[in-house]
Write a protein of this length. Structure first.
Length: 642
């Protein structure tokens, strides 16, 4: 059973004023709620009114219990148990009451939920309990198993809230399967056998969900959360399996910096939240504008959120949208946007499909085909037996028997075959002794058939021709089946190639996201790169300078001896010995040149050495190497004996 054109259900809930809003005397002069007519009217600054109509409208006085009853979610739960997918999601700006509607919990100062089993309970705990109440009712040989998953989408990354090892970056990957569905890779599914088990998993996941406080909302959700219940129903007698999925979604609210006052990391969170919600609005607008039979591109892949909601919005699932608004004049623009897109969602039609297990579907189709073939075989045997009997009868009796064959309930294809057999029999030439010209038996009455004779040889020949023609038709049918099999094989190959391309596309998208994150950190990286470049440049200059010093050290150096009047030619080895004396800080009469050999691996750790000056008769340290070389040259030129 399929439900063609099941429209998305849209309801609107207006939250009451908060205590701090009552203290500040916040105004609510622009919203007119008419519960009876199921409409909301907004009034702009220019006194222009805009009216919106929905499936249901709930005012500030609506309790959680009344909301659940009015939504008739018990009927939706029954559809899920029957094998259909369903989704319920809350949509609206930050601070409009989405999380309260779905959860119903209070939060303490540390942003942790206070879980109380009272009248404040939201839709999610109530749905979980009613679901298990339904599946525990006595049923005919059907066993149910419920699997629970809980994820959050934070900064376009997917995290498993029920697995502590997966609540840190980089999160889980999004994949595409043959059923044209997105799924989360390596997401653990927890089997649950009672409502308390599911609620405990849900509560533990809430503690891992990211929340914070800002000016517009004291308990703001910083991520989109999706609680998914997968129901598996197995018939112990037939072995058939039904699978269904119930998604309960609490979206983060759209935010304005002017209202929230977010800065730094919180501002980046707001940007990612608004980006995902913008894509969701694009999907809703595109689907709402598509006419019957038209094809249009829907940007599901632009966001992880819309990818996971692909089958919920415009797919094969029942869907309920709860639009939440705040009764404040300061929320006018947000309320107008929320109601506008909620109205567009009313124009979207899904096509819910019963999720029968593929193996069960194949077995059912094969059994139906076998039954059909058996009935056709029975009719064919009746026809063959009657035609065989006709051959041995008198011409008068043959006409009546042929009429009986025509009265059999024949399939269209079998009727064609019988007509061909009949035409062959009718075209048989009659005996020349009885009739001089050829004619068909249809032109004669039963009395005329007494003058005709049909020999068994002629009938056998015509029957042989008919059987031959049937065999040719069967051969052609077999060729068509082979061609169909080849086409199916090509289709499967194309589907496999499509899946591979989808996975490659996902990998490329992840690489682009990584590239975007690198671009965001570009200023810091550029600073580090510039420092590295300056160090490399300094290193190259030092290498060039050392090479120059090595080249100069190969030549002999004129140095004075202990006696000022004596000069001699000292080699490089003498200079090195003088360097050794300098290291021990003992006075000596040699002036150490800056041409000392420095090995290449000593770059970067050159330390100043004391240099003895003959004129001042002491050591000097804080002098650059180039200055020492210049001073040494002047001393040598001045004191030379020529």
């Amino acid at each position: 059973m399929e439900n063609k054109g099941a429209r998305i259900g849209v309801v609107v809930r207006v939250r009451p004023l908060l205590s701090k809003e009552l203290k500040t005397s916040s105004q609510n002069s622009r919203i007119d709620i008419n519960v009876g007519e199921k409409s909301i009217t907004l009034q702009s600054d220019q006194k222009q009114q805009k009216r919106f109509e929905f499936d249901e409208v709930f005012d500030e006085k609506t309790t959680q219990e009344l909301l659940y009853q009015k939504l008739k979610l018990d009927n939706l739960i029954k559809k899920v148990i029957e094998g259909y997918n369903a989704t319920i999601f809350a949509y609206g700006p930050t601070g409009s009451g989405k999380t309260y509607t779905m959860e119903g919990y209070e939060y303490d100062k540390t942003m942790k939920p206070i879980m109380r089993d009272d009248g404040r309970l939201g839709l999610i705990p109530r749905i979980i309990r009613n679901l298990f109440d339904e599946i525990k009712k006595p049923s005919n040989h059907i066993e149910y198993t419920v699997y629970c998953t809980y994820v959050q989408i934070y900064k376009e990354n997917i995290y498993d809230l029920l697995n502590p090892a997966q609540i840190k970056p980089p999160g889980l990957r999004l994949r595409w399967n043959q059923q044209e569905e997105f799924y989360v890779e390596n997401l653990f599914m927890h089997p649950c056998y009672s409502a308390n088990e599911v609620i405990n998993h849900y509560n533990s996941g809430l503690k891992n969900r990211i929340t914070s406080s800002h000016n517009a909302n004291a308990n703001s959700s910083r991520s989109h959360s999706l609680l998914t219940l997968n129901i598996e129903a197995m018939d112990s007698e037939t072995g058939s399996i039904l699978t269904s999925k119930l998604q309960l979604v609490d979206l983060a609210g759209s935010e304005k910096v002017s209202q929230t006052g977010n800065e730094g990391p919180a501002l980046k969170e707001s940007i990612e939240i608004n980006k995902a919600l913008f894509t969701l609005r694009q999907v809703i607008s595109t689907l709402a504008s598509i006419r019957d039979g038209e094809a249009s591109f829907v940007p599901y892949r632009d966001s992880k959120l819309t990818s996971l909601l692909k089958q919920s919005i415009g797919g094969n699932s029942y869907c309920l949208m709860i639009a939440c608004i705040a009764p404040l004049d300061s929320f006018y623009e947000d309320n107008l946007s929320t109601l506008t897109y909620a109205t567009k969602a009313l124009c979207i039609s899904n096509e819910p499909i019963r999720n029968i297990d593929p193996k069960t579907r194949v077995i059912k189709e094969l059994r139906k085909e076998v039954k059909k073939l058996n009935s056709e075989l029975l009719l064919a045997n009746q026809q063959i037996s009657m035609l065989t009997e006709i051959v041995t009868l008198d011409p008068k009796e043959q006409a009546s028997k042929l009429k009986e064959v025509e009265k059999l309930p024949l399939k269209a294809e079998n009727l064609v075959r019988i007509q061909m057999l009949r035409s062959n029999i009718e075209s048989i030439p009659l005996s020349p002794t009885k009739l001089q010209s050829q004619t068909t038996y249809s032109k004669f009455s039963d009395k005329d058939f007494s003058d005709f004779t049909l020999t068994p040889e002629i009938l056998s020949e015509k029957l042989y021709d008919s059987v031959k023609m049937i065999r040719e038709l069967m051969t052609a049918n077999k060729k068509l089946k082979d061609m169909l099999g080849d086409l199916n094989q090509q289709k499967r190959a194309l589907e496999a190639e499509n899946i591979q391309l989808q996975n490659e596309n996902q990998d490329l998208q992840e690489k682009l996201e990584m590239f975007d994150s690198l671009i965001k950190n570009k200023p810091q990286d550029s600073k580090v790169n510039s420092e590295i470049w300056m160090l490399q440049k300094e290193r190259e200059e030092l290498i060039k300078r050392i090479e120059l010093l090595e080249k100069e050290s190969r030549t002999q150096t004129i140095l004075p001896t202990s006696n000022k009047g004596e000069w001699g030619w000292k080699s490089k080895r003498t200079v090195l010995r003088g360097r050794k004396h300098l290291d021990t800080a003992k006075p000596f009469s040699l002036v150490v040149s800056d041409r000392n050999y420095e090995p290449r691996n000593s770059i970067g750790r050159v330390t100043p050495k004391p240099i003895y000056r003959p004129l001042s008769q002491d050591y000097q340290i804080d002098m650059s190497k180039q200055d020492a070389i210049n001073n040494l040259s002047q001393i040598l030129i001045k004191d030379m004996p020529y």
